[in-house]
Design a binder for this molecule. Structure first.
Ligand code: GDP
Length: 364
């Protein structure tokens, strides 16, 4: 599962990417500077993991991760293949969620490709390119479906109506995710077409240092503009946070964050947001060798969760022993949870809950 960072040139994408991942992408005050998609794997900050570490005192701790892809080079005209645009649109199609970075800071020294700072216009510029790409997809499909609909095929007629709604929406600047289409039709006709503008999105407003905890007028404009999109909007002083990540010691970094009025980096909030956006959740294994966070899709069953550790665990699944995170913490150890009769034994049908601490029993 991966989230792609998109946005116009010079809005702070590669700075954000640097901030998030250990891989250092090129960043310079120059449009088109990052032309290769950069991929980074980022730990998902989770205070529960620290708590479990305190209680279990394991040899090592492994957090959950998200893959982040820096997709640079989207510009006006990208859908027509300008500025390597088509390649970038292809890269976006391969992601599961989109982090859309918007420049919400003033700085005359940093060139804006369209001459002035206006995040709502920038968002629309990117959206239009993505919508044009989706329009190609829907047109292609419509051609086929129309023929079938003409023969009187009821299912095809239903599909045609949905596709026409999408076409009309895209032509008037509405992304697929924001269209009023019911759940069944979405599952049957929309999902299989994998529209880019149907992917979950989070808007990341890149603000200046002085707006790190308050946001600013640009952020408010963005919030108003996306109010009907059911999308998350966060603000983050990307440049400042990138500077802070360069500092050597944790104490120093923490001190600078506190100066900004933050208790943790905004990027931590962003990664957790991306994780939610991807519809992922976490269960834990907590042994003396290793305390570890495992990533599963929301709604995964116990055998599916076991399969994340090893496919054999899924195939040979017998049962799971489950401790709710809160029980683990309030009783303080697995042994005490067992004594209190709070450890549950669950079977194949069990839907894993976020934070469950699990053991699997399986046949090999
Ligand atoms: P990209 O083209 O979207 O990847 O943009 P970059 O990350 O390369 O950033 C472009 C320029 O803007 C670089 O010189 C960054 O140092 C600068 N920059 C990025 N974020 C901020 C910010 O929050 N505030 C200010 N003042 N400059 C920033």
């Amino acid at each position: 599962m991966k989230a792609g960072i998109v946005g116009l040139p010079n809005v702070g994408k590669s700075t954000l990417f640097n901030c998030l991942s250990n891989a250092k992408a090129q960043s310079a005050n120059f449009p088109f500077c990052t032309i290769e998609p950069n991929i980074g794997v980022v730990n998902v900050p989770d205070t529960r993991l620290q708590k479990l570490e305190e209680l279990v005192n394991p040899e090592r701790v492994l957090p959950a991760t998200v893959e982040i892809v820096d997709i640079a080079g989207l510009v006006k005209g990208a859908s027509k293949g300008e500025g390597l645009g088509n390649q970038f649109l292809g890269n976006i199609r391969e992601t599961d969620a989109i982090l859309h970075v918007l420049r919400c800071f003033d700085n005359e020294n940093i060139v804006h490709v369209d001459g002035s700072v206006n995040p709502v216009r920038d968002k629309e510029t990117i959206d239009i390119e993505l919508q044009l790409k989706d329009l190609e997809t829907v047109d292609k499909k419509l051609e086929k479906v129309k023929r079938a609909a003409k023969t009187g095929n009821k299912e095809a007629q239903k599909e045609e109506a949905v596709l026409l709604k999408i076409k009309q929406g895209l032509e008037t600047g509405t992304s697929v995710r924001a269209l009023d289409i019911n759940k069944e039709d979405r599952a049957e006709f929309v999902k299989p077409l994998q529209f880019i503008t149907d992917k979950p999105v989070m808007y990341v407003c890149n603000v200046d240092e002085d707006a790190a905890t308050t946001g600013n007028a640009y952020v408010e404009q963005v919030k108003a503009a996306v109010a009907n999109e059911n999308a998350e909007v966060i603000f983050l002083a990307v440049g400042t946070e990138a500077d802070i990540t360069e500092l050597e010691s944790y104490e120093e970094r923490q001190m600078f964050l506190e100066d900004l009025g933050l208790t943790e980096p905004g990027s931590a909030k962003l990664i957790r947001g991306a994780y939610r956006l991807l519809d992922l959740e976490t269960y834990f294994t907590a042994g003396v060798k290793e305390v570890r966070a495992w990533t599963i899709p929301v709604g995964a069953t116990a055998p599916q969760a076991a399969g994340v550790i090893h496919t054999d665990f899924e195939k040979g699944f017998i049962r799971a022993e489950v401790i709710a995170y809160n029980d683990f913490v309030s009783f303080g150890s697995e042994a005490k949870v067992k004594e209190a009769g709070k450890m549950r034994v669950e079977g194949k049908e069990y839907i894993v809950k976020d934070g469950d601490v699990m053991h699997f029993r399986f046949n090999v």
